[in-house]
Every structure is written in C-alpha cells, then in structure tokens.
Design a protein around this ligand. Structure first.
Ligand SMILES: Nc1nc2c(ncn2[C@@H]2O[C@H](COP(=O)(O)OP(=O)(O)OP(=O)(O)O)[C@@H](O)[C@H]2O)c(=O)[nH]1
Ligand SMILES: [Mg+2]
Length: 407
C-alpha cells in the first residue's frame, strides 16, 4: 500500500493531485485543516492536509509517485494517523489554533485590544510551548502597535478645532462655529475675521448708565462684594452720584465688615439686612440715592432652598437690574449649572470677574452663549475701584481671539 500526504489549499487541488499521482483507486484516509509552519503561518490562510492511500497496483501499473518520496511520506502519514487515533483531541492544539485565528483577524481591526492570556491546560511538548510564547509575544507587540495607531488617530484634529480648544471654547459650541467658518471661507473671507464677526455679533448691548437698585448675585467668592465696592467707588467718587449700599450678606460678620469698611471710607449710607422686613426699611432709607447697590451672600447654585430664600429678598427690593456675577475662570461645564441654578432670580446682566486670572478667554463666549444676556462689566483684578470696566463687543471678540490679554 502506498500512503501519501498532501498539503493543499482546497479539496479540488487534493483530488486532482491524488488522482494524478496515486490513480483513480486511491482513497482518502484523513483530512484536516492546518496552518503553514512557523510565524508566517499565523497570518496566512489555512491549508488542508489530506492523506490518501492506494493498494499497490495489481496490473503492474505504478502510480506517478517517486519511490523515495512514497517511503518518507508513508512513514510520516502512518505516524500521524497513529497519533491522531491515540489522542483524538489535542486540547492544546485547539486552543493554539483559536488564538492564532484571533491574532490574524485582529490585524485588520485597529481599535480592538487583543487578549494577552490563554489557558495552558496541560504539559505540552517543547515545540508547542515555544509556539505559545511566540504567539504571546506577537500579541503584546500587536497590542502596542494598535494602541499607538489609535492614539495617533485620536490626535489628528481639525486645525480650527485646535484653535477653538486653545481659546477654551466649549466643545458643545465648536461644531456650530466650525460649520459657520467653513461656509464663509468659501466666500473668501479670512478665518479669523469670520470668527471675530461671530463673536462680536453675539455680544448684546446694554445701557451703560447705572441707576436705581442693582442687586449682585452669584456663587461664593466670585467677587460680588469687591465688585460692589469698585462700582460704589466709581459712582460716588468719580461720577459724584448719591450711592447707598445694602447687604443681605448675613452669614459671616467678616463679610459685613468688608462692605461696611468701604462704605465708611467713601462716606456713603450702608445697611445690613437680615429679614425681608428690614429689606423694605433699608430701601425706604435709601430712597434719595441715585444708585442702591445690593450685595448678597454667595449661594450654591445647586441649593434650590437657598436660591429661593434669596429670591424673596430680591423681590422685596424690586430691583431695576439683577447682575449675575460669574468668574471668568469657571470651568465650562460649571458655567451651565451655575447659570441655570440662578435663573429663578431673573438676572438680566452678567458681570464676568477675575479675567486677570485666566489666559484663555473662551469663557466669555461660553457665558454669553449660555446666558444670552449682555455682559455689563468685566473685572480684571483686586484693586478697588480701578479693576473694572464696561467691555464693548470688539474688545470681547479680541479677548476670545486671544489678541488682547491681561497678563
Ligand atoms: N484676581 C482677581 N481677584 C478678585 C477679583 N474680584 C474679586 N477678587 C478677589 O476674590 C476674592 C473674593 O472676593 P469677594 O468680593 O469677597 O467675593 P464674594 O463673591 O463677595 O464672596 P462671598 O461673599 O463669599 O460669596 C477676594 O480675595 C477678592 O479680592 C478680580 O477681578 N480679580
Ligand atoms: Mg461677598
């Protein structure tokens, strides 16, 4: 009997070769899928190993097989068939084959991480152990390549997006801006000028003169009291207006003292309000003032109770304006919650403080976009009364574009 093993890519090829070499009486004894030996085999398709046999020809006609080849192949085939019978399922080989399949398929899948572990169920021969190691090393290497490729792809961002990030424009507004800029670029206008136009057009006008009762609200420590002192100083000392100060800043004695001290220096009336009734009395007391500036304690925008308590005081004061004070250093995602938290206080203007403490002024854009209210003042330092001014739309656009800085 002649037994011969064929390594072919499909069964048609196997049948053609068997028929040609062993003749039409040859029978197939076994067939199984295998990979090419070595590392290359991991990344190429599977082959089929077909073992065929034929009885020595009775009519003396020899099959088309070289003698020495027959002998060698027969030995190898018999050995393999024997082995196959003894261990019908070689657990390790199955696992290894699965792992190899995974590695090969993941070569085409960039963003997926490869598994780096697999079970070694039993003691295997040295050859298989080294294969395991090789596969494992390959996986680690591939993981690194895939990771780096993904990182590189993530890094590739639109240059305009990069500029908007540098300006600290909220991600949520970037797509709209990019679309607008792209549309106008086709009309031949420069990118910076398009942005300038967008920023300027967003700024709402508000009356410059400060008169009547003006309340300042906003989170703790944003600079409400300092801003009131600055405004009082300008109005009383520069504009020679009759100014009164009221504070509902009742939580801390120190906070009251802060404004009282300014009032004493400027020689202007000052009242501390603890109850709603006292608010009415204070308002009556300052009836003849051109401007009454009302300071409030910083509240957490998340505390609805505190906000509604404050609202009662504000309603009693019946102000001409409620100014929402927010720091220019506020994180983008906090801007939304702060502005929303204070919405019940019906603020009609914004004061952006501490612009001297930031280098990217995108917060101005984010605040205007979210609040849709005019920016009445910006403050640029701790000095009372100097570090405050009324910004115009050109200046705001220059700040956002990074053309003007306070550093
Ligand atoms: N850098 C800088 N600091 C400021 C500015 N405005 C106020 N500050 C400082 O911010 C700190 C807090 O200011 P306050 O005026 O007490 O803040 P507030 O909003 O009244 O605080 P609460 O009453 O606790 O809610 C003080 O140290 C001020 O000097 C500004 O424009 N720039
Ligand atoms: Mg204060």
């Amino acid at each position: 009997m002649i037994i011969k093993r064929y390594l072919v890519s499909n069964m048609n090829e196997a049948l053609t070769r068997i028929r040609y070499e062993l003749g039409k009486d040859a029978i197939i004894i076994s067939q199984r899928k295998v990979r090419k030996p070595g590392i290359k085999g991991l990344f190429s398709g599977k082959l089929i190993e077909v073992t065929a046999a034929v009885e020595n020809s009775s009519d003396g006609k020899k099959p088309n097989v070289k003698k020495e080849e027959n002998f060698e192949d027969s030995l190898a085939s018999i050995k393999r068939i024997m082995e196959d019978r003894v261990k019908t399922v070689d657990t390790k080989e199955v696992i290894l084959e699965k792992e190899n399949e995974k590695v090969a398929s993941k070569l085409n899948v960039k963003n997926q991480k490869l598994e780096t572990t697999y079970d070694k169920t039993s003691q295997g021969d040295l050859e298989q152990d080294s294969m395991y190691k090789e596969v494992s090393e390959m996986k680690k290497l591939l993981n690194k390549v895939i990771e780096n490729t993904s990182k590189d792809e993530d890094k590739k961002i639109n240059p305009l997006e990069e500029k908007l990030n540098d300006m600290d424009i909220d991600k949520e507004f970037q797509t709209e801006l990019i679309d607008k800029v792209t549309a106008s670029l086709n009309e031949g206008i420069e990118e910076k000028e398009i942005l300038r136009e967008i920023f300027e057009s967003l700024v709402l006008e508000c009356e410059e003169e400060i008169k009547g009762r003006v309340v300042l609200v906003g989170p703790t420590g944003v600079g409400k009291t300092t801003t009131i002192a600055k405004l009082a100083g300008k109005l009383a000392l520069v504009d020679k207006k009759r100014v009164g100060l009221i504070t509902v800043d009742t939580y801390r004695i120190g906070a009251i003292d802060q404004l009282r001290t300014y009032a004493e220096i400027m020689n202007i009336p000052f009242k501390v309000v603890i109850t709603i009734k006292e608010m009415q009395e204070a308002i009556n007391y300052m009836e003849n003032c051109d401007v009454v500036l009302i300071d409030t304690t910083g509240r957490s925008s998340k505390n609805a109770m505190e906000i509604s308590a404050l609202r009662a005081f504000i309603e009693k004061a019946n102000p001409h304006h409620v100014n929402m004070v927010i720091s220019g250093t506020t994180k983008n995602k906090d801007i939304t919650s702060i502005l929303e938290g204070y919405v019940d206080l019906n603020y009609d203007n914004i004061i952006v403080t501490k612009l001297d403490e930031t280098t990217a002024y995108g917060s101005l854009y984010n605040i205007i976009k979210r609040a849709n209210k005019p920016i009445k003042f910006i403050t640029t330092g701790q000095n009372v009364p100097n570090d405050i001014r009324v910004p115009n739309k050109e200046e705001i656009a220059r700040f956002i574009l990074g053309e003007e800085t306070l550093c």
